[in-house]
Design a protein around this ligand. Structure first.
Ligand SMILES: [Fe+2]
Ligand SMILES: [Fe+2]
Length: 448
C-alpha cells in the first residue's frame, strides 16, 4: 500500500499520541514492549513502510550490516552513534557508492569504520520514494523506527560467547523456542550454521525467514549480530541463488581481491576465540543430473582452502587461544555407511544409506589438515538433524559437534543451541536441548 505525506503525518501524530516516538533502548535479549513492537511489525496493509525490525549481519570488528524489510519503494538508512541519546550520530544510506539501493523489498545498510569491541547505538529509517522515471523521482514521506538499538563490535577485547543454531528450516514453532533459548544466554554473536531455508523461490519467503519471522521475538537479531554459514538448502530455489538480496556478503576488505567471491566465509576474533566460517555448499555432486549443471561447489571448496590457509596466518587469528570452525555439512563421520559426498556422477552407491552427502570428505581433505596444523580444537557442524559429539582420536586432533534438527515432536531430531564461552582459560561448550530446556552435553577445551 502506498503512503502519501498526509497519511504519514497522520501516522506520526498517532505514534506521538501513543507515546512510542521516544527512543526505547533495549538490553541484549530483551523483548520490545507491545506498543513499540507493533510500530515496526505491522503489515504493509496498515500503511507502514518499514515492515521488520533490523537484523544485524556479518559480525566483525570494524563493520556491521543492518537489514530490514519495506513495503514499498524506499531509500533506507541507519543512524549510528556511540551514545545512547544518539548525539553525534552519522547517517549511512542503503547500497554502496554512486547510487543508493532504492527498492521495494529489503534495505541493506553497511556501516564501516567502527572501533573494535565497542558498543554502538543505532536507529533505522527510510524515505518513501515515488519512482516514475529517471527524471521523475520524489520523496513522499519518511518513516523511522522509534526504537534505539545497540550492539557491540567484535575484536580481541569483546566478550567471548557465541551461540550456534542450525537446520531451522523455517519451522517456526521450533524456531520460537530456539530463539528464546539464545536470548536467555545473551551471547555476543549468533552463528546460524545453515539450512535456515528449504527451497525459496521468492524474496518474500526469505524476508519471512530472516527479517520478519512469525515468532515471539521477531526482533531477535536487532541487537545480536549474526554470522551465517550457508547450508545445502540455502542455495536451492531461484531466490536462494540470490540470497545476498537479504543476507549481505561480508565486507570486501576482509578478503583479498583473489577471494572476491568468497563473501560468506568469515574469520572473526571474539575475545580469546578465533571463529572461522566455511561453506560446504551442496550435498550433491555438481555432476548429479538433478542439478542440470547449475551448481559449482567443487571449485568453491578449493577456493576456500586457499583463503583458509591465508586467514589462519592472520595475527589476531593465529594468536587466539581457541580456534573454532563452523560449517554446515560434517567433516567426519564414524559410520562407514554414511555417504561422503564424493560419489560420481550422481551420489548413488549401494554401500551408503543416502543418495546425498551425510558428511563432506572433499571438504575434510581440503580444509582439516590446515585447521589441525593451526591447532583447531573444535569444528561445529550441522546437516544430519541429530546431535552428536565426535571426540578427537589418535590422528584427528580436533573434536566435532553436530547440531540437532528442526523438530519439537521427534525423539532424535530436536533443536539444539550450542553455546561456547571462555571461563578460567578454558573454552566451555554447552549444548542445550531446546525441546526439554535441559543441558544435553558439555565439553571443555584447553588453549592451543
Ligand atoms: Fe537440514
Ligand atoms: Fe543440510
Amino acid at each position: 500500500m502506498k503512503m502519501d505525506r498526509r497519511q504519514f503525518l497522520r501516522d506520526s501524530a498517532t505514534l506521538a499520541a501513543a507515546g512510542v516516538v521516544a527512543p526505547q533502548v533495549l538490553g541484549a535479549g530483551e523483548k520490545a514492549t507491545p506498543a513499540a513492537a507493533a510500530s515496526n511489525a505491522a503489515p504493509a496493509a496498515d500503511g507502514k513502510l518499514i515492515t521488520s525490525a533490523p537484523m544485524l549481519q556479518n559480525y566483525a570488528a570494524t563493520s556491521i550490516g543492518i537489514a530490514f524489510s519495506v513495503s514499498d519503494m524506499a531509500n533506507g538508512y541507519a543512524d549510528i552513534s556511540e551514545r545512547p541519546d544518539m548525539s553525534g550520530a552519522r547517517r549511512v544510506k542503503c547500497g554502496g557508492y554512486r547510487i543508493t539501493d532504492v527498492n521495494d523489498k529489503v534495505m541493506l545498510v553497511r556501516i564501516t569504520g567502527l572501533k573494535p569491541a565497542t558498543k554502538y547505538y543505532y536507529r533505522i529509517g527510510a524515505d518513501h520514494i515515488s519512482y516514475k522515471g529517471g527524471y521523475d523521482m520524489k520523496v513522499l514521506g519518511n518513516e523511522e523506527d522509534p526504537r534505539v538499538y545497540s550492539f557491540t563490535t567484535a575484536g580481541p577485547g569483546a566478550q567471548a560467547r557465541f551461540c550456534v543454531i542450525n537446520d531451522t528450516h523455517a519451522k517456526f514453532d521450533a524456531f520460537t523456542k530456539t530463539i528464546d533459548k539464545v536470548a536467555s544466554l545473551a551471547p555476543s554473536c549468533l552463528v546460524w550454521n545453515g539450512d535456515a531455508t528449504n527451497v525459496e523461490e521468492n524474496i518474500d519467503s526469505q524476508v519471512r525467514i530472516f527479517l520478519n519471522p512469525p515468532i515471539d521475538r521477531p526482533d531477535y537479531a536487532a541487537q545480536l549480530p549474526v554470522l551465517f554459514s550457508p547450508g545445502n538448502h540455502d542455495s536451492r530455489g531461484m531466490a536462494n541463488r540470490h540470497i545476498d538480496r537479504v543476507l549481505m556478503f561480508r565486507q570486501p576488505e576482509e578478503r583479498s581481491p583473489r577471494d572476491w567471491d568468497l563473501g560468506r566465509n568469515f574469520a572473526v576474533r571474539m575475545g580469546d576465540i578465533a571463529m572461522i566460517g566455511l561453506d560446504t555448499a551442496e550435498d550433491k555432486m555438481d555432476s548429479n543430473p538433478i542439478f542440470a549443471g547449475l551448481f559449482n561447489s567443487a571449485a568453491y571448496r578449493e577456493a576456500q582452502a586457499v583463503w583458509l590457509a591465508d586467514v589462519l596466518k592472520r595475527k589476531e587469528i593465529a594468536k587466539a587461544p581457541f580456534l573454532v570452525a563452523f560449517c554446515h555439512i560434517p567433516l567426519f563421520d564414524p559410520d562407514p555407511k554414511m555417504n561422503p559426498g564424493d560419489v560420481a556422477p550422481a551420489d548413488k552407491d549401494p554401500q551408503y544409506t543416502h543418495d546425498f552427502a551425510m558428511w563432506q570428505r572433499t571438504c575434510a581433505n581440503l580444509w582439516t589438515p590446515l585447521l589441525q596444523k593451526a591447532g583447531c580444537q573444535l569444528i561445529i557442524t550441522a546437516h544430519q538433524h541429530k546431535y552428536r559429539f565426535d571426540a578427537p582420536d589418535g590422528t584427528r586432533k580436533w573434536a566435532q559437534m553436530v547440531g540437532g534438527g528442526p523438530n519439537l515432536t521427534n525423539e532424535t531430531s530436536f533443536p539444539t543451541v550450542i553455546e561456547g564461552f571462555v571461563e578460567g582459560r578454558q573454552l566451555k561448550v554447552r549444548v542445550h536441548n531446546v525441546k526439554t530446556g535441559g543441558i544435553l552435553d558439555e565439553k571443555v577445551f584447553k588453549a592451543r
